[in-house]
Design a protein around this ligand. Structure first.
Ligand SMILES: [Cu+2]
Length: 472
């Protein structure tokens, strides 16, 4: 009520001031007194400058006051691995836009003062200015390119999805809550079918898929510290948004179009409380519980960051970041509460309260999972076998080629041998001929010892010798 009256007063005051100004304007026009118009110009331009100074000072003061929140400093430092990258991106953008903001605000009010209507001053008419237009197009274009490229690089680093995450959970938003599904011991989320949604099966889990049997749907979010978490994000009715401010995680939940986010929490809830306990802002008593300090009741939160309806605010969920052991213990307790145990096995509350329940179908489930794994291994082995076969074919071809070469080499050797034999034969023939020649020569020499024609016989013997040497 008080707010309404205050608002009404402000509206009426504005109307009153506007009417007074209009009346003044009319009176001036009637009197045709320009001096008074110049006085009004001076007053308004001066008020503009005063407003600018107050406004900019207020901006600086509020910025200094909220700096740790705005810049993600001190106790507000990101609690995830990729968080600092997002913060530095935001801070760079803030620096650039702040410079532009202060420069344009100053120019706006300073021009209104400097170039107000005065006696003896005439406004200059400029149709356009090429240089000025170039400057105000190129400078923003360069700055925007720099910011966009930085943003794309960060996006590509954060959103890389290679399937090397440790745990995959699923967040389904609806008006007005979140359902968080855990993969259970097999670390695999079971398949869903929207046609199976009904009764207690609020997500439409398909019970013919063995991976669904140990899936747990919880209201709180428990996650182990230092593990890579992949969140499948989806919605059942309207647009929601999966927002974890302390982890710098934010992604739309769209009905019919699953999205995802991958992040690694680096600070447990307990460590965060210790970190906050050092800050005077968190040393004060908690608003809900006077007996405790504010830092003692701190919890990470999941909020819906999409205005999704009148119950939007109630989509808050608590997130606990714990050690691996605490996470395992929590998961053990949740198993009795799995949708399968409630719907298919119809467990009583008493049985659930006891905690971990032995599932008589566990062996069947494990068998089916094992079978799936075996099929996967078989496929892999088959692929390897195929590539081995290919290699074998190549090797055989190479061997055949080598054999052909071997045969060719043998033929060449044989031909060489034939040639050698031929040469040897020639040699023998030559030797025989030589011997025969020598014999004939000696006969001739003996027969003609008395004759004087020796020189003719000698000259016949010499060419025979030289022929034999050539063959050898
Ligand atoms: Cu919502």
């Amino acid at each position: 009520m008080e707010i309404f009256i205050g608002f009404l007063c402000a509206v009426l005051l504005t109307v009153l001031l506007v009417q007074i100004a209009k009346a003044r304007e009319l009176a001036t026009a009637v009197r045709a007194d320009h001096n008074e118009e110049y006085e009004v110009n001076k007053l308004q331009a001066g008020m503009g400058v005063v407003f600018m100074v107050l406004f900019l000072v207020a901006c600086v003061v509020s910025f200094i006051y909220y700096a740790p929140y705005v810049l993600g400093w001190g106790v507000n430092t990101a609690a995830s691995e990729h968080g600092p990258m997002v913060d530095s991106l935001f801070n760079t953008t803030l620096l650039v836009t702040s410079i532009v903001f202060f420069a344009t605000q100053f120019a706006l009010f300073w021009f209104a003062w400097q170039y107000r209507g005065r006696k003896g001053h005439k406004a200059i008419y400029w149709s356009h200015n090429d240089q000025l237009e170039m400057v105000w197009m190129i400078v923003p274009a360069v700055v925007m390119t720099f910011l966009v490229v930085q943003g794309l690089q960060a996006w590509n680093t954060i959103m890389v999805d290679e399937g090397d995450h440790d745990i995959e959970i699923e967040a389904t938003g609806y008006q007005f809550a979140w359902e968080i599904r855990y993969p259970g011991r097999d670390n695999m989320l079971g398949t869903k079918d929207f046609r199976k949604i009904g009764g207690k099966n609020t997500l439409g889990q398909d019970w013919t898929d063995a991976k669904n049997i140990d899936d747990v749907v919880a209201s709180d979010i428990y996650l182990p510290v230092g593990k890579k978490i992949r969140v499948r994000i989806t919605a059942k009715d309207v647009l929601h948004n999966f927002y974890l401010p302390q982890f710098r995680v934010k992604m739309d939940a769209v009905p019919g179009m699953p999205t995802y986010f991958i992040f690694t929490p680096t600070v447990t809830t307990d460590s965060m409380r210790r970190r906050l306990s050092a800050s005077p802002d968190w040393q004060v008593a908690d608003k809900q519980d006077d007996t405790k300090k504010r830092y003692e009741t701190f919890d990470y939160e999941l909020a819906c960051a999409e205005l999704c309806g009148k119950g939007h605010y109630s989509m808050r969920r608590v997130i606990k970041i714990v050690s691996q052991e605490e996470y395992e213990a929590w998961l053990d307790k949740q198993e009795a509460n799995s949708t399968y145990m409630s719907i298919v096995r119809n467990l009583t509350d008493e049985e659930k309260a006891k905690g971990k329940v032995e599932d008589p179908f566990a062996s069947t489930t494990k068998g089916e999972l094992l079978f799936e794994k075996l099929v996967a291994i078989k496929d892999r082995v088959n692929t390897q076998l195929k590539s081995l076969n290919d290699a074998l074919i190549v090797a055989k071809k190479a061997k055949n080629a080598a054999e052909v070469t071997k045969i060719e080499a043998a033929i060449v050797a044989m031909q060489a041998q034939q040639r050698i034999a031929r040469i040897t034969n020639n040699l023998e023939e030559a030797n025989t001929a030589e011997r025969e020649a020598n014999r004939i020569a000696s006969q001739v020499m003996q027969a003609n010892l008395t004759t004087t024609d020796n020189a003719v016989i000698d000259s016949t013997a010499v060419p025979l010798d030289s022929t034999a040497n050539k063959i050898q």
